[in-house]
Design a protein around this ligand. Sequence first.
Ligand code: NAP
Ligand code: F7E
Length: 353
Amino acid sequence: MVQDKRCALITGITGQDGSYLAELLLARDYVVHGIIRRSASFNTDRIDHLYQDPHKAGTQLFLHYGDLSDANSLAATLRKVGPDEVYHLGAQSHVRVSFDLPIYTVDVDALGAMKLLEAVREYQQHTGRQVRYYQASSSEMFGDVQEVPQTEQTRLNPRSPYACAKVFAHFATINYREAYDLHASCGILFNHESERRGETFVTRKITRAVGRIKLGLQKKLYLGNLDARRDWGYAPDYVEAMWLMLQQDTPDDYVIASGRMISVREFADLSFAHLGLDAKDFIEIDPRYYRPTEVDQLQGDFSKAKRALGWEPKTTVEAMARLMVDHDLDLARREKTLRDAGHTLPAAVGHDQ
Ligand code: NAP
Ligand code: F7E
């Protein structure tokens, strides 16, 4: 597909980051293509507001079925779309779940990345067109950290199948940059959250519970390790950094973080306090949520990104918690209205992590 506008392909467009990145690129007048998985239930909630009828002139968002386990689907989509930029965000992204599904996680997160890199290398070789590539690397790769804060040079000590798979994908991307002169950059992103965060990640699990507890829809919140400390930022700020990386003349790797670290307990305290509640009255520990090996602390040093990309975070963890709690209180209000009107709402069976 040849066109005047810049064209981007996003894997993982239906996820938290994919949806914000698609918004950012459409706002910059890109044509955006996304790979989505076939699912028996709808999985496009986060991008439904962006979707336009493809039959109408001027449409700039297109979706294609594909899967990271299916190399053919990736190569075929690349050929069809002809992107200038590829953002590889698709992954089984839940660390706890990666202990239950280690082989699947490695298949999708490690081999999936290799399949996509191969497809990009072949596409570039056959067409002579340069493609810029973004790999969603993760602070989880630092794992058992000996050095605080972590930089691009910090040694990697992964502590989960997810982190091991991300280490593979990270070094495969660097290898393709060096071996084939691919314009490939890795964003080593620390935890980033939002109103669109999956509900089994700890921040969203907390803010959803705060809204529901406030309205009497839930009594307790069961969590695992409250002492783990993370460097939490706001996802819309972080997708901006992804885009900036691909606008540079030279590809490179960057830590993207807030530079501050707080514990799960502190995040819960400030979220409950926003609605005048005391977290201690509602939280109970369930060892089910402990991980076989935990990452105790993560704190990033984003000075390279600030220097080279002019990027820095805009939203503090306190401001983000307030946004998320306000959003989730609104969701709880809607749930309560439906309940009060006699509707039975489905429980999230099997989605408890
Ligand atoms: P997310 O909300 O879990 O989204 C993951 C996306 O990947 C979804 O669109 C999902 O599709 C898709 N996907 C999963 N398996 C796939 C497969 N086999 N084939 C094709 N697509 C598949 O994750 P996120 O928070 O947006 O994170 C984006 C990326 O950044 C991920 O690679 C994650 O590992 C990485 N990362 C995240 C963070 C963070 O704190 N959020 C930090 C560092 C790195 P469905 O919607 O169909 O499930
Ligand atoms: O856990 C502790 C848990 O699942 C954070 C992914 O986006 O960021 C994310 O990975 C901490 C851990 O995120 C519960 O033990 C306590 O120490 O929200 P999380 P994560 O594992 O840090 C990285 C950077 C990624 O790359 C990943 O894709 O919170 N914790 N109690 C809990 N965690 C969960 N999920 N549920 C609990 O009940």
